[in-house]
Structure formats: C-alpha cells, structure tokens
Write a protein that binds this ligand. Structure first.
Ligand code: PCA
Length: 156
C-alpha cells in the first residue's frame, strides 16, 4: 500500500478520477483532503492543457489536492498512466491535512493540520517557459482559465 497526493485530473470530479476506481487498474481509497506544506507552481501547459506541478518548491501556491491509499497494482497503473519518468516523476511531498475521511474516525484519528508524506506526480522535465505560466492553487479543468483538458482518448 502507498499514499498518493493527487492535485490534477485524478481528483474527485475531474476527468481521470474514474480511472482510480476502475477495479481493473487496482484499488484506491480516499484518505484525506490536503494541501502541500510548501508552495509549488501548478501550471496548465502544452498542447493538451495538462496540469503539472513543477518541482520548484517555494514558488507558486500551496497546492490543494486529495490523498488516496492505493495498492501496488494501482500505483503501477498510475506510474504508467502518468508516463513516468518522461512526463512526470513520482516524488515524495509533505502535505498538511485539511480533513480526514470518515473511515479514519477512531482513537488514533490524526488531527487536521497534521503533516504527512505522500507520493506525488510532479515534474522537472518541463519547458523553459512553464515556470512563468499562471499558477493555480487548486486545479479545476472546468475553471475560468478556458484551457480545456484534452483527455487521453481525444488526443491525436
Ligand atoms: N494527474 C495527476 C498529476 C496531474 C494529473 O492530471 C494528478 O491528478 O495528481
């Protein structure tokens, strides 16, 4: 089992969320909503308007996302889906918990505000102009930026 912090199209309500709940890909369970302890640029870039967290700590915003617990099969699926290591790299990030999932109720329920670690799909293999693109605190493919995400199936 591993914990993954998702901030882009894998979040609830976003276009790739369903992939984490396709049993053919493995298992995933929602653990908490959270935001990164440090700031990072979260930009929307490239021909397909893909969200990328640039591995440049200290710039941009504290990025909002969700932590999922995934099994090994799902972790492998996600590594493949996110085109590791060329498009993204899977790194570790410190995140501050906003709210734990109900299943975490119980005596050892950690408090909101606690810091935990999770994997994240971030990148150092970005184009030189990407750090100067607008950066977002919370990704929403339907946001007023008008940068429509092209799904895997819609790309040429
Ligand atoms: N999928 C991963 C990285 C960016 C993306 O669209 C995620 O949601 O965290």
């Amino acid at each position: 089992m591993a914990r993954v912090f998702v901030y882009g199209t894998l979040k609830k309500g976003q276009p790739n969320y369903f992939r984490m709940f396709d049993i053919n890909n493995g298992k995933a369970e929602f653990i908490a909503s959270a935001f990164t302890k440090h700031k990072f640029p979260l930009v929307i870039a490239g021909k397909y308007n893909i969200p990328f967290l640039l591995n440049l700590p200290g710039q941009g915003h504290r990025v909002h996302g969700e932590i999922y617990e995934v099994d090994n099969q799902m972790l492998k699926f996600l590594d493949d889906f996110e085109s590791i290591p060329t498009m993204y790299q899977r790194t570790t990030v410190e995140v501050e918990v906003k709210e734990w999932a109900r299943k975490m109720d119980g005596e050892d329920r950690p408090s909101p505000g606690s810091i935990t670690e999770a994997f994240v799909y971030s990148t150092t293999t970005y184009q030189p102009d990407w750090p100067s693109l607008p950066s977002y605190e919370s990704y929403d493919c339907y946001g007023d930026h008008n940068l429509q995400y092209a799904t895997r199936e819609a790309r040429d």
